[in-house]
Design a protein around this ligand. Structure first.
Ligand SMILES: [Zn+2]
Length: 430
């Protein structure tokens, strides 16, 4: 007998197959086996364990293509085990883990080690990016073909930009031949120059060193030119400025093979919101202006921004206590991304529920070439979330993540994941 589970009576939102209607979903052996009405009443399915989703949404599990799990090297801040538990709590069933581990994930043997670790420790699906350059030093390319053979799902030096344009050009050419997506963290280090916040009135008032939006946008423009030159695909991580959104929109219109993501903190918060000098509000790129935030909302609505990704970046309390100048960049986000998107995008009518699922599940699954994820059509992986879009709650420590560096702590949010299934197994239930 196959292992069966049925999710009954929920509002199924599955843009990949254009369904937005009440449906039952039957799961068998970790896959979706049927979607329909009245499945639970069929005599052949009597006695099958059921999850009642009446009055709730049922959506494909979220795919977060930008996550830092800190393993190996900084297991005190996060591990594959704790990071994926945090993801499951937030309705995220697939993550792409970035390569800025210690040591950097830049060889096939390291990828093999990490994938084996994920098989035993992870609550959900973990994909791994390989580094673009050896040690993320920006000097020599890694061995892309070997990384791909070892299971790299994408290539990225995230945490750092690839400053050398000639090197990135070659990376794009090789990666495209292998069908690998290059994800670039766009930051001209000579412009950002170690600044901890956005350059503007808030930085001035607080006496903090600011990085101009142009530090990001000049590299976005360069990357667009390189994507055009090579004809290769390129994905821009954590877009934060209005000028970047505009550049990507124009490039897409011109047929450049570019895609982009935005993070919840950038579309929900601006620099002025930061209380005092709280390093839990320090991330890279920094929170920008209200005008930049508005451009992100428009970019998410019209599809210029293909995906919502958290840039989940755990850091322990001790390092964040060093203050704005010295604390490391980054905030956690896996446990709050769905709730922030529901609060700031769905409830504020920026995105319909269908578009929200597109940006958080279907879109990133397509960018990563994941044919069995981002949808709940029969045959797909049974990665599924039951969502209460109206549940009011307030994120607060302790989190499932080992770290607690989030600007959303104490913020009233509306909506959350009630139940998360990964490959048909319940990995989170409220
Ligand atoms: Zn980054």
């Amino acid at each position: 007998m196959p292992e069966q589970l049925i999710v009954t009576g929920g509002l199924l939102i599955d843009p990949a197959v254009r369904i937005e209607a009440v449906r039952d979903v039957l799961i068998e052996d970790g896959k979706i086996s049927a979607v329909g009405t009245g499945l639970s009443r069929k005599s052949a399915l009597k006695g099958v364990p059921a999850i009642d989703a009446k009055g709730k949404w049922v959506i494909p599990g979220l795919v977060d293509m930008h996550v830092h799990l800190r393993e190996p090297g900084r297991e005190g801040d996060e591990t594959i085990e704790t990071g994926t538990k945090a993801a499951a709590r937030g309705g995220v069933t697939t993550v792409l883990a970035m390569a800025n581990t210690e040591p950097v994930t830049d060889t096939a043997s390291q990828l093999a080690f990490l994938r084996a670790k994920a098989r035993t420790d992870a609550a959900i699906t973990v994909l791994f990016a390989g580094a673009v350059t050896v040690g993320q030093k920006g000097e020599r390319l890694t061995e892309f073909a070997k990384l791909r053979a070892a299971g790299a799902a994408a290539l990225s030096d995230d945490g750092r930009p690839v400053m050398n344009a000639g090197l990135l050009r070659r990376a794009l050419e090789y990666a495209d031949d292998l069908g690998l997506l290059v994800i670039d963290h766009c930051e001209d280090l000579t412009l950002s120059n170690g600044a901890c916040v956005h350059e503007g009135a808030t930085a001035l008032r607080k006496g903090l060193k600011g990085a101009p939006g142009a530090a990001e946008t000049v590299q976005v423009l360069r990357d667009i030119a390189l994507a055009q030159l090579t004809g290769a695909r390129l994905h821009i991580a954590h877009v934060s400025t209005s000028a970047s959104v505009e550049a990507i929109r124009t490039a897409k219109k011109n047929g450049v093979r570019i895609s982009a993501e935005a993070a919840p903190h950038h579309f929900a918060l601006i620099d002025k919101d930061m209380p005092g000098y709280d390093a839990d509000w320090k991330m890279n790129p920094p929170l920008r202006s209200g005008e930049d935030r508005q451009a992100l909302l428009e970019g998410l609505a019209d599809g210029t921004l293909d995906a919502i990704a958290t840039d989940h970046a755990p850091h322990g309390c001790a390092s964040k206590a060093l203050g704005m100048d010295l604390a490391p960049f980054g905030v956690i986000g896996l446990e709050t991304s769905l709730a922030v998107a529901l609060t700031d995008l769905f409830h504020k009518k920026v995105l319909t529920r269908r578009k929200l699922v597109e940006r958080m599940s279907m879109g990133p699954a397509a960018l990563l070439g994941l044919k069995h994820k981002g949808t709940l059509a029969p045959g797909a992986d049974a990665d599924l979330v039951v969502v209460d879009p109206d549940a009011a709650w307030t994120p607060a420590a302790p989190f499932f993540s080992k770290s607690r560096n989030t600007p959303f702590a104490g913020r009233r949010l509306k909506g959350r994941a009630l139940t998360t299934l990964s490959a048909g197994r319940v990995v989170h239930a409220l």
